[in-house]
Write a protein that binds this ligand. Structure first.
Ligand SMILES: [Zn+2]
Length: 73
């Protein structure tokens, strides 16, 4: 039995709605511990996020330039 590390079960439903001036964030880097946290739904402005590693909670803010900023709650 050979295992191919590249063959991952990428079961993405592929909800591409194309139109959207802002890029969508489906992950964030924790400002506290730098851990990368994937999220199920694209991060919306004002969403509350929780780091799976350090447990801190953040409020997401999408700037006019489409950049994601996180504020500690
Ligand atoms: Zn963290």
């Amino acid at each position: 039995m050979a295992f191919d590390p590249h063959e991952m079960d990428d079961d993405d439903p592929g909800s591409k709605d194309g139109a959207g001036p802002q890029r969508k964030y489906t992950e964030f880097d924790c400002p506290e511990c730098n851990a990368n946290n994937p999220v199920d739904d694209p991060i919306a402005d004002g969403a509350e996020l929780r780091c799976n590693y350090c447990g801190e909670e953040f409020r997401a803010h999408l700037t006019d330039e489409g950049r994601l900023k996180l504020r500690l709650l």
